[in-house]
Write a protein that binds this ligand. Sequence first.
Ligand code: BES
Ligand code: ZN
Length: 587
Amino acid sequence: MKTICPHTYARPEATIQHLELDLKVDFLSKTIRGTATYSLNPTVAEKIYFDIHSLDIHSIWINGTYATTDFEIGPHDSLLGQALSIRLPQNTLSLTIHYSTREEAPALQWLNPEQTTEGTHPFLYTQGQPIMTRSWIPIQDTPSIRITYGAKVTLPSDSGMMCLMSARNPKEKSQDGVYQFSMNKPIPSYLISLAIGNLSYQALNDNMGVYAEPVLLEASAWELEEVDQMMHAAQEICGNFLWEQQDFLILPKSFPYGGMENPRLIFITPTLLAGDKSLVSLVAHELAHSWSGNLVTNASWNDFWLNEGFTVYLERRILEMVYGEETAELHAFLGYQDLMVELDKSSEKPKSTHLKLNLQDQNPEEAITFIPYEKGYFFIKEIEKLAGRDTFDIFLKKYFEDFRFKSITTEQFLEYLFENLLDPHKISFAAEDWVYAPGLPQPFFLPLCHKFKIVDEAIPKIVRADAKTILDTRQWETQQWIYFIRKLSDNIQNQDLLTMDQSFGFSTSGNSEILFHWFLNALQSEYYKTLMQELEQFLTTVGRRKFILPLYEGLIRKGEYAKAKEIYTQASKNYHSIARNSIEALF
Ligand code: BES
Ligand code: ZN
């Protein structure tokens, strides 16, 4: 049997082309109920296969009439959920599935009012990537199948909430609670998304804007002011923006990621709001996905680096254009450090350090390491360096043009790379060594960062009581502080850490990255004991997995199992199940 990708029950003989949702959202029972109607690509197959997970399937109609057809639901697999196989009578053009979701659907996070910033309305949002869309829509849940979609979503009429999707969106609340959506570009299932809450909208320019809870709207719009320049930069590098409108949604604290590139409606962590625009590289990253990821998509999660490595490369190109070469290099160097740590951690499973992965029988969540992001980045950067910027840029634009609205494998990329760049320019490059072998081929590009040299020179002076009076660190960027904190060795005295903390205010920083790195460093020594209250506060108010998981890990490594458990017991009700699952694996 020909399979499409390791994480779907769908088969290539019968596939969907367009989806039309008609859903009612009930915040009391925490369920969504309704119909999903699919137009099919022409097929002679007798059956079509969908993925479902924790869904109740009520009935299935053919060609929009009451004529039902037989269906079967396969055994439950803890990773993939269940196969829904539907008999296709001859001349079946469309199918309508009547279904409802369950409260425990992993793609859905239902928040009570007290879990939002304003505390007045409940909130619901979805997270589809990598294989969770199947828990709120019966779907062929593989990034290799692309569909257009439309939706009608009905909220309780007096809910006072706004409903948004990764589609054409409203700017105001509807009076009757009914919302209509359309996404007329073919997208993979993991990009279908929904968010409902007490939201308001502010335009940033003609085709960009931000949604947030009203109290956060002004601060959010301010923090995002530079997206206008980022969009110009991105289009100069990648070609025209093809999604018409680009809005951002600031999520409640529990959002487990930094950002999620849902088309037309990028989801963003509220930890972005540092008050000084210092964390906006995250926004450049998600924006870059409008090309790498959303326009040209990895065909399976084995090819995840095609989404993320390319995106990190584009993120740094955007940073370079908007903030200068040096800023981009600071990011690249910190990425290099992350990559080294990851390679070190993975020495026992070298295959997990290949760019091309084999995730058969594995959770695609396993792919979320620094390998696809940073090894992927250095791979693309190496190609750029060999070809030269100008030649590479022509290739890059053509790549997005030739593969737009397509899903491709690593192999297709390599073939294209050789045919369109390496061979015609007689560049000899062992690309396969990057893709199908562990670790890092040497040598490769590594930036020299003047601003990190400044930090290197400052460290011996700073680790002294009168640090602040002798050094002017007012111009230091977030990346310099991260570099600085990472460089503090573990034999440093607690007293020095305390003094430093008092002069620079790390543990009271409004910058979530600095705060996180400071806590992580404190967990290398006994200094964390002094910071227990601040750490606890951080862990109970932040839901971003990248921050909280390593901190729980650090506590446990320190033998603070009971304390970690105590904090977790209190905090976990506010975490997303994605974060909860990862943390519970530690306990
Ligand atoms: N698409 C990813 C997030 C993701 C990956 C969710 C895999 C589920 C499965 C997103 O673009 C991303 O990479 N987010 C990063 C931020 C970025 C600046 C590196 C994150 O959330 O930390
Ligand atoms: Zn990404």
